[in-house]
Design a protein. Sequence first.
Length: 659
Amino acid sequence: MKNAFILFCFILVNFSFAQKKQDFTLNSPNGKIQVKIVVNDKISWTITHENDVILAPSEMSMTLDENQILGKNAVVLNSKKESVNAYFETPLYKKKTVKDQYNKLTINFKNDFSIEFRVFDDGAAYRFITKKKKDITVNSEEVVLNFDQDYNTLMPYVRDLRNPKDPFISSFESHYENKKISEFSKDTLAFLPFLIDYKNHKKAVFLEANLEDYPGLFVTNNQSKSGFESRFSKYPLQETNGGFNNLNKLITERADYLVKTKGTRTFPWRAIVIAENDSALANNDMVQKLSDPSKIKDISWIKPGKVAWDWWNDWNIYNVDFKAGINTQTYKYYIDFASKNKVEYVVLDEGWSVETDIMKHNPNVDLEALIAYAKERNVGIILWASWMAIHNKTEAVFNNYAKLGVQGFKVDFIDRDDAKMVNSVYDIAQKAANHKLIIDFHGMYKPTGIQRTYPNILNFEGVKGLENNKWTPNDDVPLYDTTIPFIRMMAGPMDYTPGAMRNAIKSEFKPSHSNPMSQGTRCHQLALYTVFEAPLQMMADSPTAFMKEQESTDFISKVPTTFDETIALNGEVGKFVTIARKKANIWYLGSITNWDSRDITIDFSFLEKGKKFQAEIFSDGLNADKAATDYKKEIITVDSSTKLKYRLANGGGLAMIIK
């Protein structure tokens, strides 16, 4: 009898253990990606692509108030698998429609929470879901990324010396450091997206999506040096004015939690995009697929386009009979230039108002007269403002300037992505939409899908754009330009602000405040208008510079800012990229290289078969290696069987319009 009792206990213990540990498997529709989820004392997932380990077992959990840890000793109630194969329209994007095909697993746990996994042909993602009746406090979230080898990374570290005591205050403008996982700089943070190189041509980019009422994700090295773990900025309790010209809010006290939020909600997606070739990264829709649909029912009033911009060129127009500067005559000149060249907008950057109170105007700028003058010439006016000035009286500002006829705002110096700031960004987007105002978030954290939810947000910075050329002579800009299409641009549009007409080779480049130049060739700049996604795209140079280079200006003015179709033709991260985009019946093609000259072949097989096309082509001139402004323009006939070879100069480019 005693032996039977011992045997019964043994069986009971093992039965309990078997109940505790559960495994789940979810494959991509094409079968190449497999996600294995293990529910034991902790919850972890592992990702493989064919026979390659993309992500080694990596834990996930959320800690709520009263020390509730969602993911520790979790008890599975049930699970459900689904398959989705759908399309959705994306009218202000790089393509008309996005294919949304994935396999889905939802695991429901005791304690009123679930984890949803989705596996696509190009990656995988998960998110926590809570179904609690009362509001909750999220104290922390555990996001772990482990790897089976010491791979190379391209990692954007947080480097912002304006507030060294708080690493979470950041402009989100960093070059990518090429280091092994084990070489992650100690005691530092990096932000998303970042890339892992698996040495077999496969690469993965790590993203987050649908960030709402929650702080953004940073990573740091974990103790094992085999991967990364999450860090989040705590909720701000006390703030003070500070930073550049006191236009930021600096945090003087933070809470011991991330956010107080609704008990029933979904949380941000933790996503991994996997590519067998680099070019696939340059045309990816993961963030779009994981974000909420538009909350704006009628978007017919939202007009993408290009913007004549004043700040980068220091209002430097000349051969005129007035003193150029922040004044009415100068802006009328910008408006005339925009109207003549079919540029949709002019932005009035800093100086048109009192920076801390944008309800008060600079007396030298007759804003109402400029709005009327622009309207007569079919040009819209966009106003620059600091986030703080908008945040202080959002409704009053938007109501006032919408009634005056302003088309939108460029909101600058956000420089944070804690939950309080994220909520402010959503609030600004909604209130702007209520007044039919478009938004360009400059000085902004990387986009995470809000551009689908609020399509009146046409652009985001969170990128080290052309404006940095004015003071960073040691930056390798062509290297960066050929890296961000594969990493940063996967998160969403980029307010990079291209359009320099003074172009320089590496040895000739120097910073200049009033006559700024770009690194690389003229054709490199022209190509950026197709390569870089930006529904609201700046023309950074002055009207004087553009009019002196009218042939280049005419080309830029013809390139749209949203498209019906996108194809990444070729490319290698940090080396070169070629992208073709279609609008109506016209194709636009851009190709850029780093500081290495190279020969590339353009295969026109993406064109409709059986038809002839006229290609207007701007290619690097024979002497572009010494004179970066040198280019060759030609118009030729091509068809789907055409293959053409081009030599891209050092820091060079190639730009085409094919119709």
